[in-house]
Design a protein around this ligand. Sequence first.
Ligand SMILES: N[C@@H](CCC(=O)N[C@@H](CSC=O)C(=O)NCC(=O)O)C(=O)O
Length: 283
Amino acid sequence: MSASLELLKQFQCFGGTVGFYRHDSVACNSPMRFAIYQPPQARSQPVPVLYWLSGLTCSEENFIVKAGAQRLAAEYGLAIVAPDTSPRDTGISGEDDDWDLGSGAGFYVDATQTPWDAHYQMYRYVTEELPQLVADRFPILPEKQGISGHSMGGHGALICALKNPDRYRSVSAFAPICAPTRCQWGEKAFSHYLGGDRTAWKAYDASELVLNAKYDRPILIDQGTADKFLEDRQLLPEVFQEACKSAGQPLTLRMQDGYDHSYYFIATFIADHIRHHAAALCG
Ligand SMILES: N[C@@H](CCC(=O)N[C@@H](CSC=O)C(=O)NCC(=O)O)C(=O)O
């Protein structure tokens, strides 16, 4: 239980509130921060909840400040929870040295390798500890939960849903890292967090998981064609598309002409994603 929950700042937004919180995480053995948007409907009744997982270098603020999701969330009566992307200031040597490893780059896996395993338990944090805390402390409906995210967090959303089809009624992603065991970002993170045995990595690779997952609901992915990380072969949406095809997993992959990897891209299509989740969670 996170008895330590502390409100850091709060803002009124589209008739609801955006709150930024800190608490002592058991999973990560360190303080963690998250943001929550509570729509106006939450004042009178519990509401469905959408989890948003952000990408490399992000904190709990990026999505809330830049995506413009709150207007639609207020319309549909959807709460949004956006956790930080890693533990911070843990004292692990080199934690802040690289933008794609350590701080801001938890990759939503449970590290098994020292020194990371002492704190970097982001999968357990986002799938278990944080949802339990949110259900205990906020007026949400824990059985009506969806998940989305961007890039590293888009992949995080896919693996959380594919590994827990009973817990996430809806999933979508923007420019997700679709096959982390086959790209440089994933290879770097997984070798540090999970060790050298590549077979262990498959438990956190969406393109592997989907082959055996029983997620029978539709997945929505938007990917910009002018995304430099697409060109750098960090994202590999075609690998996930092929895996979905062979597994019979319903997938809508929209290649959005001329859009890059930024939050301008996310802001452009966020309404479609909120509607995708609201169709499964609201009403
Ligand atoms: N520092 C990097 C770029 C980092 C970056 O683009 N981060 C993305 C997520 S990338 C995949 O997980 C992001 O969301 N940034 C935050 C933002 O508000 O845009 C570089 O120099 O290339």
